[in-house]
Design a protein around this ligand. Structure first.
Ligand code: ZN
Length: 139
């Protein structure tokens, strides 16, 4: 069995951003040379997500509005977590609901997606360097 590991780095301009990372994961898969197996993609930070859904700008705006309604960033005093001196209480909650990771089957050297599925990095406390792990196992 082969095993391949790669980190993708991000430093978003905004506090919250949703980024299509499918091309990066496809490029990691090509680099791995693995044809049959599993591909795990996970955020390495507890204020960011990796999730699979549609690459449609209206949906992404809906996600951002919905997350901001569920867990507004301000006032930061509403979160007990922020008593630690941080201001990212909302980002921890947003990460939880959007998930930590995605796993995609690898078949004949390609990500075996359903119709319209794409992989996204969800950043909820950006403007600093953060990482996503890609781990691919198989043969
Ligand atoms: Zn925090």
């Amino acid at each position: 069995m082969k095993s391949f590991r790669k980190e993708l780095w991000f430093n978003t301009g905004e506090r919250m951003e949703l980024i299509n990372i499918t091309p990066d994961v496809e490029s990691a898969l090509r680099e791995s040379g693995i044809r049959e197996g599993l591909c795990l993609v996970n955020a390495m930070h507890i204020t960011a997500s990796v999730f699979i859904n549609d690459d449609e700008s209206g949906l992404h705006a809906d996600y951002q509005d919905w997350l901001e309604q569920l867990a507004p960033h301000a006032p930061v005093s509403r979160y007990r977590h922020n008593r630690t001196g941080e201001d990212n209480g909302d980002a921890h909650l947003k990460r939880q609901i959007m998930g930590r990771e995605a796993v995609v089957a690898v078949t004949e050297g390609r990500l075996d997606f359903g119709p319209w599925e794409r992989i996204f990095y969800g950043e909820f406390d950006g403007r600093r360097r953060k990482r996503v792990l890609v781990k691919i196992i198989g043969e």
